[in-house]
Design a protein around this ligand. Structure first.
Ligand code: GAP
Length: 434
């Protein structure tokens, strides 16, 4: 049943154009995924909602967008060259590679029963060469987190925005990790998008800020329609903390494969600014003009994954119900996340007057509401499609419309229908969607 739900989500994502296997026509590149027309809208809506809550609605967080490629010294200073690894074990027989912590029996291959090598560290950063010469002097890493781009710009922000503590930087962007065991669809991949905030505070204020961010991020998932029973907080044990973290709380989602991390909120202490000050030789201390003190701020970091959140919202919204002896599949995404808000559908696609009017209505709505037009099936099929992608309202144009200038508006979840006159339609939908 549990796998069944994941299978249903993967199948719906492909069937309806949310997520496809990467490079599929070449047999696929393992664990890469391409977002289709509805998937990209879902992700964009998610990122926009995060940016609105974390940047626009606050006075103390500024957005930025740093380069993916960074100076090699960044990853030495950050500790990633030395510490960012998983332990791996290789099967001597079938040559498969495993993350040691996932193995129940550390000496025996779970696939073929062959013997395993001793576990060895495996650095998760992707490496490449910058420029045309492929020698060791030109090796650079592809960022495994967006965070460092914000730390190395700390003094630029101080000099350009002159903020007082506490203040934060927010960034959304791709990160890359050469994960040993990617899997569970888009949950763990080697290329993924992160939404991260680095919030700089006076050291004595760190604990309070950490608790506030934990609650604020937890509440954000609820405000976006996620079911409360599928969310929980989990404190990291000392043995699982990242090399930079003093404390960390995960927000976990009840995925079909078990409770797993959606977002982590960490107290990174003054580790990052001190490290970058030491490695760059630049003074990255904050000067408090009230107390005349110079010090390294602590950093509170809420760090979430876009792909992981999109997957959780898809799972959370998936809903099946029996209607007239048939199974109706509905994605009950909230109105902020739903990829399309309105679909305009002609009841009879062989009646040019109806098709023409439907296209005109759709075109008019598109100016202010994300609207799709579809005339490639019977009305039953068209409704089914729109339910499966979570479209909030379907507007149907029928023979009667030609006479009374009214359309039928059907609400996704209740399936209730009402007749609305064409000249009131935009206002009606705008009110519903606002
Ligand atoms: N800067 C801190 C940091 O990167 P993390 O816990 O390693 O912390 C933060 O990652 C979030 O990024 C995770 O909670 C998850 O949502 C997402 N993430 C991390 N690795 C991922 C992967 N391999 N695939 C998809 N998402 C990932």
């Amino acid at each position: 049943m549990i796998e069944n739900l994941m299978d249903k989500i993967v199948s719906l994502c492909k069937r309806r154009g949310f997520i496809f296997q990467g490079s599929e026509i070449y047999g696929g590149l393992a664990n890469t995924w391409d977002y289709g027309p509805y998937g990209v809208e879902l992700k964009n809506n998610l990122k926009r909602a995060w940016w609105k809550a974390c940047v626009y609605e606050r006075n103390d967080v500024f957005g930025m967008d740093a380069a993916i490629l960074m100076h090699p010294r960044v990853w030495e200073a950050s500790g990633h060259v030395e510490n960012f690894f998983d332990l791996k074990s290789d099967c001597k027989n079938c040559k498969r590679r495993f993350k040691t912590e996932d193995l129940k029996d550390k000496s025996c291959c779970p696939e073929c029963g062959g013997g395993l090598t001793e576990s060895r560290p495996f650095n998760l950063m992707f490496k490449t060469h910058q420029g045309p010469v492929e020698d060791d002097a030109n090796i650079i890493h592809i960022r495994p987190e967006t965070a460092q781009g914000m730390f190395v710009n700390f003094s630029n922000i101080l000099d350009s925005k002159h903020p007082r503590l506490p203040f934060g930087l927010a960034q959304i962007g791709k990160s890359f990790r050469n994960e040993i065991t990617p899997g569970n669809f888009t949950f763990r991949t080697r290329e993924f998008e992160q939404m991260e905030i680095e919030y700089f505070v006076k050291p004595p204020d760190a604990e309070k800020a950490l608790q506030e961010w934990i609650q604020s991020r937890f509440d954000w998932y609820l405000s976006m329609g996620m079911k409360k029973e599928n969310l929980r907080k989990r404190q990291h044990g000392k043995d699982e903390l990242a090399h930079y973290a003093h404390a960390c709380m995960d927000i976990e989602y009840n995925f079909p494969f078990g409770w797993s991390e959606l977002e982590g909120i960490a107290n990174r202490s003054d580790y990052d600014l001190k490290q970058h000050a030491q490695y760059s030789g630049k003074d990255l201390q904050y000067f408090d003009d009230a107390t005349k003190e110079r010090f390294y701020p602590y950093i509170i970091e809420p760090s979430g994954g876009v792909d992981r959140a999109a997957l959780a919202f898809l799972i959370d919204a998936y809903h099946e119900e029996e209607v007239k002896g048939q199974t109706r599949v509905v994605l009950k995404l909230n109105k902020g996340l739903a990829p399309a808000k309105v679909a305009v559908l002609p009841l009879l696609r062989n009646r040019p007057e109806i098709v023409e009017l439907a296209k005109k209505i759709a075109q008019d709505l598109k100016k202010s509401i994300i609207t799709v037009y579809d005339d490639t099936g019977s009305i039953g099929k068209l409704y089914r499609r729109q339910d499966e992608v979570g479209t909030l309202y379907c507007v149907t144009i029928d023979v009667q419309t030609l006479e009374d200038k009214q359309v039928t508006v059907r609400e996704r979840d209740s399936m209730l229908q009402e007749r609305i006159s064409i000249d009131k339609l935009k206002e009606f939908l705008t009110n519903k969607l606002s």
